[in-house]
Design a protein around this ligand. Structure first.
Ligand code: NAD
Length: 257
Protein backbone atom coordinates (compact mmCIF):
# COMPACT_ATOMS: atom_id res chain seq x y z
CA UNK A 1 0.00 0.00 0.00
CA UNK A 2 2.99 2.28 -0.70
CA UNK A 3 0.81 4.69 -2.68
CA UNK A 4 -1.87 5.23 -0.01
CA UNK A 5 -2.97 8.88 0.04
CA UNK A 6 -1.81 9.56 -3.54
CA UNK A 7 -4.30 10.51 -6.24
CA UNK A 8 -3.66 9.07 -9.71
CA UNK A 9 -5.27 10.25 -12.93
CA UNK A 10 -5.03 7.80 -15.82
CA UNK A 11 -6.17 9.03 -19.23
CA UNK A 12 -7.90 6.57 -21.56
CA UNK A 13 -8.53 4.04 -18.82
CA UNK A 14 -11.89 2.41 -19.55
CA UNK A 15 -10.09 -0.36 -21.45
CA UNK A 16 -6.78 -2.11 -22.10
CA UNK A 17 -3.52 -0.83 -20.63
CA UNK A 18 -5.10 2.22 -18.97
CA UNK A 19 -7.57 0.08 -17.05
CA UNK A 20 -4.79 -2.35 -16.08
CA UNK A 21 -2.67 0.54 -14.83
CA UNK A 22 -5.60 1.97 -12.82
CA UNK A 23 -6.17 -1.44 -11.22
CA UNK A 24 -2.46 -1.84 -10.38
CA UNK A 25 -2.24 1.65 -8.84
CA UNK A 26 -5.42 1.01 -6.81
CA UNK A 27 -3.99 -2.29 -5.55
CA UNK A 28 -0.89 -0.30 -4.46
CA UNK A 29 -3.20 1.96 -2.43
CA UNK A 30 -3.62 5.02 -4.69
CA UNK A 31 -7.00 6.66 -5.23
CA UNK A 32 -7.70 6.63 -8.96
CA UNK A 33 -9.51 8.70 -11.57
CA UNK A 34 -10.46 6.77 -14.67
CA UNK A 35 -11.16 8.56 -17.96
CA UNK A 36 -12.30 8.27 -21.51
CA UNK A 37 -14.39 10.40 -23.86
CA UNK A 38 -17.61 8.40 -23.32
CA UNK A 39 -19.97 8.88 -20.35
CA UNK A 40 -21.79 5.55 -20.07
CA UNK A 41 -23.05 3.73 -16.99
CA UNK A 42 -20.52 0.96 -17.66
CA UNK A 43 -17.64 3.49 -17.53
CA UNK A 44 -18.69 4.55 -14.02
CA UNK A 45 -19.21 0.87 -13.09
CA UNK A 46 -15.50 0.21 -13.78
CA UNK A 47 -14.56 2.78 -11.13
CA UNK A 48 -17.13 1.36 -8.68
CA UNK A 49 -15.71 -2.15 -9.20
CA UNK A 50 -12.13 -0.97 -8.49
CA UNK A 51 -13.31 0.86 -5.35
CA UNK A 52 -15.19 -2.15 -4.03
CA UNK A 53 -12.33 -4.58 -4.77
CA UNK A 54 -9.48 -2.49 -3.34
CA UNK A 55 -11.05 -0.07 -0.84
CA UNK A 56 -9.53 3.01 -2.51
CA UNK A 57 -11.56 5.96 -3.82
CA UNK A 58 -12.17 5.53 -7.55
CA UNK A 59 -14.04 7.83 -9.91
CA UNK A 60 -14.65 8.03 -13.63
CA UNK A 61 -14.51 11.46 -15.30
CA UNK A 62 -15.46 11.83 -18.97
CA UNK A 63 -13.14 14.13 -20.96
CA UNK A 64 -12.11 14.05 -24.61
CA UNK A 65 -8.30 13.91 -24.86
CA UNK A 66 -8.46 15.27 -28.42
CA UNK A 67 -9.53 18.64 -26.92
CA UNK A 68 -7.07 20.77 -24.97
CA UNK A 69 -9.75 22.31 -22.72
CA UNK A 70 -11.07 18.86 -21.78
CA UNK A 71 -7.55 17.66 -20.93
CA UNK A 72 -6.99 20.60 -18.60
CA UNK A 73 -10.49 20.29 -17.09
CA UNK A 74 -9.89 16.59 -16.32
CA UNK A 75 -7.07 17.43 -13.91
CA UNK A 76 -9.04 20.28 -12.33
CA UNK A 77 -12.15 18.09 -11.90
CA UNK A 78 -10.00 15.37 -10.33
CA UNK A 79 -9.27 17.92 -7.58
CA UNK A 80 -5.53 17.32 -7.66
CA UNK A 81 -3.05 14.92 -9.18
CA UNK A 82 -0.04 13.24 -7.59
CA UNK A 83 0.39 10.60 -10.30
CA UNK A 84 -0.45 11.35 -13.92
CA UNK A 85 -0.47 8.51 -16.44
CA UNK A 86 -0.85 9.77 -19.99
CA UNK A 87 -2.16 6.65 -21.70
CA UNK A 88 -5.01 7.61 -24.08
CA UNK A 89 -4.12 6.61 -27.60
CA UNK A 90 -5.47 5.60 -30.98
CA UNK A 91 -3.91 4.05 -34.06
CA UNK A 92 -4.43 4.29 -37.83
CA UNK A 93 -2.43 2.42 -40.47
CA UNK A 94 -1.96 3.66 -44.06
CA UNK A 95 0.88 4.64 -46.40
CA UNK A 96 1.75 8.30 -45.96
CA UNK A 97 0.36 9.37 -49.36
CA UNK A 98 -3.05 7.90 -48.43
CA UNK A 99 -2.96 8.90 -44.75
CA UNK A 100 -6.07 11.04 -44.08
CA UNK A 101 -4.95 14.43 -42.68
CA UNK A 102 -7.79 14.35 -40.12
CA UNK A 103 -6.43 11.01 -38.80
CA UNK A 104 -2.96 12.55 -38.52
CA UNK A 105 -4.45 15.45 -36.54
CA UNK A 106 -6.47 13.28 -34.16
CA UNK A 107 -3.58 10.85 -33.50
CA UNK A 108 -1.22 13.74 -32.72
CA UNK A 109 -3.89 15.39 -30.52
CA UNK A 110 -4.82 12.28 -28.48
CA UNK A 111 -1.44 10.48 -28.34
CA UNK A 112 0.80 13.54 -27.82
CA UNK A 113 -0.80 16.97 -27.35
CA UNK A 114 -3.14 15.72 -24.59
CA UNK A 115 -0.06 14.93 -22.46
CA UNK A 116 1.21 18.50 -22.90
CA UNK A 117 -2.10 19.86 -21.55
CA UNK A 118 -2.59 17.40 -18.66
CA UNK A 119 1.05 17.68 -17.57
CA UNK A 120 0.96 21.49 -17.60
CA UNK A 121 -1.95 21.51 -15.12
CA UNK A 122 -0.87 18.50 -13.06
CA UNK A 123 2.62 19.92 -12.38
CA UNK A 124 1.09 22.82 -10.45
CA UNK A 125 -0.56 20.32 -8.06
CA UNK A 126 2.60 18.19 -7.79
CA UNK A 127 4.81 21.20 -7.04
CA UNK A 128 2.52 22.17 -4.13
CA UNK A 129 3.16 18.73 -2.56
CA UNK A 130 6.82 18.54 -3.57
CA UNK A 131 6.13 15.08 -4.97
CA UNK A 132 4.80 13.84 -8.28
CA UNK A 133 5.03 11.20 -10.96
CA UNK A 134 4.29 11.64 -14.65
CA UNK A 135 4.30 8.36 -16.56
CA UNK A 136 3.74 8.51 -20.30
CA UNK A 137 2.69 5.34 -22.09
CA UNK A 138 4.77 5.59 -25.27
CA UNK A 139 5.58 2.46 -27.29
CA UNK A 140 8.41 0.48 -28.87
CA UNK A 141 7.29 2.74 -31.72
CA UNK A 142 8.57 5.68 -29.66
CA UNK A 143 12.08 4.30 -30.22
CA UNK A 144 11.84 2.51 -33.57
CA UNK A 145 9.67 2.82 -36.68
CA UNK A 146 7.52 0.61 -38.89
CA UNK A 147 5.97 1.50 -42.24
CA UNK A 148 2.40 2.82 -42.52
CA UNK A 149 2.17 4.17 -38.96
CA UNK A 150 3.53 7.69 -39.60
CA UNK A 151 1.28 9.62 -37.23
CA UNK A 152 1.49 7.07 -34.40
CA UNK A 153 5.29 6.86 -34.63
CA UNK A 154 5.69 10.64 -34.83
CA UNK A 155 3.44 11.03 -31.77
CA UNK A 156 5.19 8.29 -29.79
CA UNK A 157 8.68 9.65 -30.58
CA UNK A 158 7.26 13.04 -29.57
CA UNK A 159 6.06 11.83 -26.18
CA UNK A 160 9.49 10.33 -25.44
CA UNK A 161 10.98 13.78 -26.10
CA UNK A 162 8.29 15.48 -24.02
CA UNK A 163 9.04 13.09 -21.13
CA UNK A 164 12.73 14.06 -21.18
CA UNK A 165 11.90 17.79 -21.23
CA UNK A 166 9.44 17.53 -18.32
CA UNK A 167 12.06 15.53 -16.39
CA UNK A 168 14.61 18.32 -16.86
CA UNK A 169 12.12 21.04 -15.92
CA UNK A 170 11.19 19.23 -12.68
CA UNK A 171 14.56 17.73 -11.70
CA UNK A 172 15.30 18.04 -7.98
CA UNK A 173 11.69 18.92 -7.11
CA UNK A 174 10.57 15.42 -6.03
CA UNK A 175 8.83 14.99 -9.37
CA UNK A 176 9.84 12.46 -12.02
CA UNK A 177 8.72 11.97 -15.60
CA UNK A 178 9.38 8.84 -17.65
CA UNK A 179 8.01 6.97 -20.63
CA UNK A 180 7.15 3.26 -20.73
CA UNK A 181 7.65 1.70 -24.15
CA UNK A 182 5.55 -1.46 -24.49
CA UNK A 183 5.88 -3.86 -27.37
CA UNK A 184 2.68 -5.64 -28.37
CA UNK A 185 0.17 -5.98 -25.53
CA UNK A 186 -3.02 -7.93 -26.25
CA UNK A 187 -5.66 -5.21 -25.72
CA UNK A 188 -8.74 -4.16 -27.75
CA UNK A 189 -6.45 -1.87 -29.81
CA UNK A 190 -4.33 -4.85 -30.89
CA UNK A 191 -7.19 -7.38 -31.02
CA UNK A 192 -8.86 -5.16 -33.64
CA UNK A 193 -5.80 -5.52 -35.91
CA UNK A 194 -5.86 -9.35 -35.92
CA UNK A 195 -8.72 -9.93 -38.43
CA UNK A 196 -7.17 -7.41 -40.89
CA UNK A 197 -3.78 -9.10 -40.59
CA UNK A 198 -5.35 -12.58 -41.01
CA UNK A 199 -7.00 -11.37 -44.22
CA UNK A 200 -3.94 -9.56 -45.55
CA UNK A 201 -1.64 -12.58 -44.97
CA UNK A 202 -4.24 -15.37 -45.47
CA UNK A 203 -3.14 -16.95 -42.21
CA UNK A 204 -5.04 -18.31 -39.21
CA UNK A 205 -5.12 -16.36 -35.95
CA UNK A 206 -2.30 -18.21 -34.16
CA UNK A 207 0.05 -18.03 -37.18
CA UNK A 208 -0.57 -14.35 -37.84
CA UNK A 209 0.07 -13.55 -34.15
CA UNK A 210 3.32 -15.55 -34.02
CA UNK A 211 4.74 -14.93 -37.51
CA UNK A 212 3.51 -11.42 -38.33
CA UNK A 213 2.46 -9.46 -35.26
CA UNK A 214 5.13 -10.79 -32.88
CA UNK A 215 7.74 -11.01 -35.64
CA UNK A 216 9.72 -8.15 -34.06
CA UNK A 217 9.13 -9.25 -30.45
CA UNK A 218 11.85 -11.90 -29.88
CA UNK A 219 10.00 -13.47 -26.92
CA UNK A 220 7.07 -14.18 -29.34
CA UNK A 221 4.84 -13.42 -26.38
CA UNK A 222 2.53 -10.47 -25.82
CA UNK A 223 3.32 -8.23 -22.85
CA UNK A 224 0.37 -8.03 -20.42
CA UNK A 225 -1.53 -5.09 -18.97
CA UNK A 226 -0.50 -6.38 -15.51
CA UNK A 227 3.18 -6.08 -16.49
CA UNK A 228 2.67 -2.49 -17.68
CA UNK A 229 0.73 -1.75 -14.48
CA UNK A 230 3.57 -3.18 -12.40
CA UNK A 231 6.08 -0.99 -14.24
CA UNK A 232 3.99 2.11 -13.49
CA UNK A 233 3.78 1.13 -9.80
CA UNK A 234 7.58 0.72 -9.74
CA UNK A 235 8.06 4.19 -11.28
CA UNK A 236 5.79 5.58 -8.53
CA UNK A 237 7.77 3.86 -5.75
CA UNK A 238 10.59 5.31 -3.66
CA UNK A 239 12.99 2.93 -5.46
CA UNK A 240 12.47 5.05 -8.58
CA UNK A 241 13.02 8.47 -6.95
CA UNK A 242 16.11 9.05 -9.12
CA UNK A 243 14.68 7.46 -12.27
CA UNK A 244 13.66 10.38 -14.47
CA UNK A 245 13.85 11.44 -18.10
CA UNK A 246 14.22 7.90 -19.35
CA UNK A 247 12.35 5.13 -21.13
CA UNK A 248 11.59 1.64 -19.84
CA UNK A 249 10.96 -0.92 -22.55
CA UNK A 250 8.52 -3.78 -21.83
CA UNK A 251 8.80 -5.30 -25.27
CA UNK A 252 10.10 -8.89 -25.11
CA UNK A 253 13.42 -7.75 -26.61
CA UNK A 254 12.06 -5.79 -29.62
CA UNK A 255 14.39 -2.80 -29.19
CA UNK A 256 17.42 -5.02 -28.50
CA UNK A 257 17.37 -6.29 -32.08
P1 NAD B 1 -7.24 0.58 -26.03
O1 NAD B 1 -7.92 0.92 -27.30
O2 NAD B 1 -7.69 -0.61 -25.26
O3 NAD B 1 -7.25 1.81 -25.05
C1 NAD B 1 -7.15 3.14 -25.48
C2 NAD B 1 -7.83 4.00 -24.45
O4 NAD B 1 -7.79 5.35 -24.91
C3 NAD B 1 -9.29 3.61 -24.27
O5 NAD B 1 -9.65 3.71 -22.92
C4 NAD B 1 -10.00 4.68 -25.09
O6 NAD B 1 -11.33 4.90 -24.64
C5 NAD B 1 -9.10 5.86 -24.82
N1 NAD B 1 -9.30 6.96 -25.75
C6 NAD B 1 -9.29 6.93 -27.11
N2 NAD B 1 -9.58 8.15 -27.60
C7 NAD B 1 -9.77 8.96 -26.53
C8 NAD B 1 -10.11 10.32 -26.38
N3 NAD B 1 -10.33 11.11 -27.44
N4 NAD B 1 -10.24 10.81 -25.12
C9 NAD B 1 -10.05 10.02 -24.04
N5 NAD B 1 -9.73 8.73 -24.13
C10 NAD B 1 -9.59 8.20 -25.35
O7 NAD B 1 -5.70 0.47 -26.38
P2 NAD B 1 -4.41 0.10 -25.51
O8 NAD B 1 -3.68 -0.92 -26.30
O9 NAD B 1 -4.76 -0.18 -24.11
O10 NAD B 1 -3.59 1.45 -25.62
C11 NAD B 1 -3.32 2.28 -24.53
C12 NAD B 1 -2.02 3.05 -24.79
O11 NAD B 1 -0.95 2.11 -24.88
C13 NAD B 1 -2.04 3.83 -26.10
O12 NAD B 1 -1.38 5.06 -25.90
C14 NAD B 1 -1.22 2.94 -27.02
O13 NAD B 1 -0.61 3.66 -28.04
C15 NAD B 1 -0.21 2.37 -26.06
N6 NAD B 1 0.43 1.14 -26.51
C16 NAD B 1 -0.29 0.02 -26.74
C17 NAD B 1 0.36 -1.12 -27.17
C18 NAD B 1 -0.37 -2.40 -27.42
O14 NAD B 1 0.23 -3.32 -28.00
N7 NAD B 1 -1.62 -2.55 -27.02
C19 NAD B 1 1.74 -1.11 -27.38
C20 NAD B 1 2.44 0.07 -27.14
C21 NAD B 1 1.78 1.18 -26.71
Amino acid sequence: MELKGKLAVITGSNSGIGLGVAEALARAGADVVLNSFTDRAEDHDLARKIASETGVMARYIAADMSKGDDCRALIEKAGGCDILVNNAGIQYVAPIQDFPPEKWDSILAINLTSAFHTTAVALAHMRKQGWGRVVNIASAHGLTASPFKSAYIAAKHGIVGLSKTVALETAGEGITCNAICPGYVLTPLVEAQIPEQMKAHTMDRETVIREVMLDRQPSRQFATVEQIGGTVVYLCSAAADQVTGTTISVDGGWTAL
